[in-house]
Design a protein around this ligand. Structure first.
Ligand code: ADP
Ligand code: ASP
Ligand code: MG
Length: 410
């Protein structure tokens, strides 16, 4: 079998863990498999490097940041190759560019465009374990790029697709995909399997166990994907096209802390107002998520919406710069909020889900600031101080066995 194995930052955080992971990789190789390993930077290396750059210049160029951040993964792959050699296994490390990973040019958030697999294939033919640096590629100018936070997952899935691997294993610090982040909700349950679509929704709503783009790519190329622990031999969670739907209406909940809201107060209640407002933001490449418009009064109305925390300063700046043209009275913002979402394919046909969510939040004494729904999810914005309590209240309401029974009755 050809297997791609990806190990995240905590799985390779120190010498002891690198050694353990090396033994695990070696054992898979000994069984006669061809192994491609994708690694993240060790522990908090990426954050530490970002911090070092900020100490020198808060507006570091994105090209130089990529040059810096890509060194984290480069250290990991060399150390892993060194560890494998020490154990007597043949191994070679390759940076993203050496592995033929070509990306778009947008530094800091580049997309993988194509993979030239020749080098990897020839190394595999020489019986080498091939260790590739995750999270990086090379753009058409020959510069190293990074793929956005959590991007090593995407590197692994893309390599699995390009190499037609039999399996792509994502090794992390939890035993699989759970019904909620097990670090926040201790009663969260591990799922044996989850569909690409539901995983995609959970990932995009903040469950960082898999990067969103990695799931998109797994679905597109039907990659056999499994999430499991690097620290135990537990089975893990299979991510696939179709899953056996039991009597559950929601598959899980996710929390996104990277959210800020902006309220534009007193805009004219006439056609074109929303258009001008959001056009101003889109020209600055600021994406907007949940939008709420108040009922008009005295010829004016308020429009509130959410952006990412990184985009908040720029969004406020550009709106204030266009205050007269947009014709609003005042603007307020809040970055101490989180977005909590429940996700499930069975939701569309079950009107009880929204009321159960609101009931759980009400019982927990938690105020809702904004609500957004789609066929497969309901999201609410809440105060960040309520985040963990809300996640636990909502999880209990949907996943304790008595609660599941009461949904089934509706
Ligand atoms: P890695 O360094 O291996 O890439 P990440 O920190 O990116 O690991 O992702 C694993 C983390 O994702 C877990 O430690 C857990 O706290 C978090 N997480 C959030 N939602 C979920 C979920 N639904 N299931 C499992 N883990 C989750
Ligand atoms: N090291 C990168 C990050 O911390 C990529 C990854 O771990 O997937 O985001
Ligand atoms: Mg990750």
């Amino acid at each position: 079998m050809l297997i791609v194995q990806k190990f995240g930052g905590s799985s390779v955080a120190d010498a002891l863990r690198v050694g353990n992971v090396a033994r695990r990789i070696g054992a898979a190789h000994e069984k006669g498999n061809k192994i491609v390993v994708v690694l993240s930077a060790q522990g908090d290396t990426t954050d530490d490097l970002l911090h070092k750059a900020r100490e020198l210049n808060s507006r570091a160029s994105s090209r130089e940041l990529d040059m810096l951040l890509s060194t984290g993964e480069q250290q990991s792959i060399a150390l892993m190759a060194i560890a494998l050699h020490g154990l007597g296994y043949p191994a070679v490390s390759l940076t993203g560019p050496q592995a033929g990973i070509h990306s778009s040019s947008s530094h800091g958030n580049a997309r993988i465009k194509s993979i030239d697999t020749e080098r990897i294939t020839s190394e595999l033919e020489r019986n080498n374990i091939v260790i590739v640096a995750g999270f990086q590629g090379i753009n058409r100018y020959g510069d190293v790029t990074t793929l956005g936070r959590g991007g090593s997952d995407t590197s692994a899935v893309a390599l699995a697709a390009a190499l037609h691997a039999d399996l792509c294993e994502i090794y992390t610090d939890v035993e699989g995909v759970y019904t909620a982040d097990p670090r926040i909700v201790p009663s969260a349950k591990k799922l044996d399997e989850i569909s690409y679509d539901e995983m995609l929704e959970l990932a995009s709503l903040g469950a960082k166990v898999l990067a969103t783009r990695s799931v998109e790519m797994a679905k597109k190329y039907q990659v056999n994907l499994i999430v499991r622990s690097s620290m135990s031999i537990a089975e893990g969670t299979l991510v696939k096209e179709e899953v056996n739907v039991e009597n559950t209406y929601i598959s899980g909940l996710a929390m996104d802390k990277n959210v800020a809201s902006i309220s534009v107060i007193g805009v004219m209640n006439k056609p074109g107002t929303a258009f001008k407002l959001f056009q101003t933001l889109s020209k600055e490449k600021i994406s907007v998520d949940i939008i709420l418009q108040s009922i008009g009064r005295d010829k004016t109305k308020d429009i509130s919406f959410t952006v990412t925390k990184q985009d908040l300063p720029n969004a406020v700046r550009v709106l204030m710069a266009n205050k007269t043209a947009l014709g609003f009275d005042s603007l307020s913002f809040d970055d101490k909020i989180v977005k909590l979402s429940v996700v499930g394919a069975g939701m569309a046909t079950n009107p009880g889900v929204a009321s159960m969510l609101f009931e759980a939040l009400y019982n927990g004494g938690i105020n809702i600031m904004m609500i957004s729904t789609s066929e497969i999810k309901i999201s609410v914005l809440i105060d960040e101080r309520d985040a963990d309590n809300a996640a636990n209240c909502v999880h209990t309401r949907f996943f304790s066995s008595a609660a599941a029974f009461s949904v089934a009755q509706q």
